[in-house]
Design a protein around this ligand. Structure first.
Ligand SMILES: C[S@@+](CC[C@H](N)C(=O)[O-])C[C@H]1O[C@@H](n2cnc3c(N)ncnc32)[C@H](O)[C@@H]1O
Length: 366
């Protein structure tokens, strides 16, 4: 089995030895979650000097695996309480932009958390900023009708009369070593006085990214516990073959609400619930809710959800990254924090490109 697909193959030491980073770049992490993005950046050689998240489940996992985390609501954190850094990363909450939820966009107060990032960037002016968000951000309008992506670029491009060269791309995690089709928009801004415009890394080969590699777990791996399906879900899952979906379930075995949808598929735009990806496929997007309706959370050959460890592997967390699975409440919370995370290997690939293009010796001249 090629484990390189599941873990980031290089480390902080590799970058320090091979890329000759003059000083380890210091990273400010906002909306850090359980640390998917931060672990990727750490593996690429960044030193996390400040992290923040107000969710207690995310905090518990973050401090267990990565380090200290400020537990306050970011709205109540003064800019002066955050240390200066070379790079700021922020995956500001995606729920308001998510296509799955209602799309209130920036009208939703959580959308305004983007403004919290701006407040802190304005004061700190780090050399690089990285934003990560769901695809829906690209079709979200700002209060004045402008496209939010344009607003972000404009806000940053002349900040404090210095500004950032900002580029963004809709990336699919499966193009960057993650066995999951997960589309996310990533913005990378480099302070203009650095004279660099970031280039996204090249897409990688996907051939080996099937679930086969992910589900081959070593014995006694930690957190290999699943959140049991509801009796209704279990009844339906029995009729779904590997590679199938709820469309394979005979009508009489559908839960009533699914029967209503089956009765009028056109009205509901033929949804593809209960997708059960086969071992030869790349998985669908893991979501925080871990519900079979909206993500391919059902194991290919066993009638159950993926375990916490299996979902963590689909998100490319290494097996030595620990989650809390001692109580049923913890178990559901772990699906949430893992589903919210940036896949570690995606973050690592972007972080490595930033390290090479901006912070390698000779480039970090300011
Ligand atoms: C999409 S998740 C970030 C995931 C993270 N980038 C990772 O890779 O694991 C967004 C996070 O923002 C946090 N958050 C939302 N509003 C916040 C606030 N006002 N202050 C601090 N954290 C907040 C949530 O608790 C959640 O963990």
């Amino acid at each position: 089995m090629d484990t390189k697909l599941l873990t980031v193959s290089q480390t902080k030491e590799y970058w320090e030895d091979n890329i000759s980073v003059s000083d380890t770049p210091q990273l400010i992490s906002l909306f850090s979650g359980c640390g998917g993005m931060d672990l990727g950046f750490k593996k690429a050689g960044f030193d996390i000097i400040y992290a923040n998240d107000f969710d207690s489940d995310a905090q518990a996992v973050y401090s267990l695996n990565i380090g200290e985390i400020d537990k306050r609501d970011i709205l109540s954190v003064g800019e002066d309480e955050i240390p200066d850094g070379d790079i700021l990363t922020a995956g500001f909450p995606c729920q308001p932009f998510s296509n799955a939820g209602n799309r209130k966009g920036v009208y939703d107060s959580r959308g305004m958390l983007y403004k919290e990032c701006l407040r802190i960037i304005k004061k700190k002016m780090p050399k690089v900023i990285v934003f990560e968000n769901v695809k829906g951000l690209l079709s979200t309008k700002y209060i004045d009708g402008r496209n939010l992506a344009e607003v972000i670029i404009e806000d940053l491009s002349d900040m404090n009369n210095i500004g950032y060269n900002v580029v963004y791309q809709l990336v699919n995690a499966s193009d960057y070593g993650v066995p999951q089709n997960r589309q996310r928009v990533v913005f990378v801004g480099v302070r203009k006085d650095m004279g660099i415009t970031f280039q996204f890394p090249k897409k990688q080969d996907k051939k080996k990214l099937t679930l086969n590699y992910v589900l081959d777990l070593p014995d006694n791996v930690a957190n290999n516990i699943d959140w049991p399906l509801s009796p209704q879900a279990l009844e339906m899952v029995q009729y779904i073959p590997e590679g199938g979906s709820w469309k394979n379930v005979p009508y009489e075995h559908l839960a009533p609400r699914f029967q209503r949808i089956r009765n009028n598929m056109k009205k509901y735009h033929s949804p593809n619930f209960y997708r059960r990806f086969s071992r030869d496929e790349i998985c669908g997007t893991m979501t925080a809710s871990a519900q079979p309706e909206n993500c391919g959370i059902i194991h290919p050959t066993e009638n159950r959800r993926y375990t916490v460890r299996e979902v963590a592997r689909i998100q490319t967390f290494p097996d030595d990254f620990n989650f809390l699975t001692d109580t049923p409440r913890n178990i559901t919370a772990m699906y949430k924090v893992i589903g919210n995370a940036v896949p570690v290997t995606l973050a690592y690939n972007i972080a490595s490109a930033i390290m090479e293009q901006v912070f390698a010796k000779g480039k970090q001249n300011k």
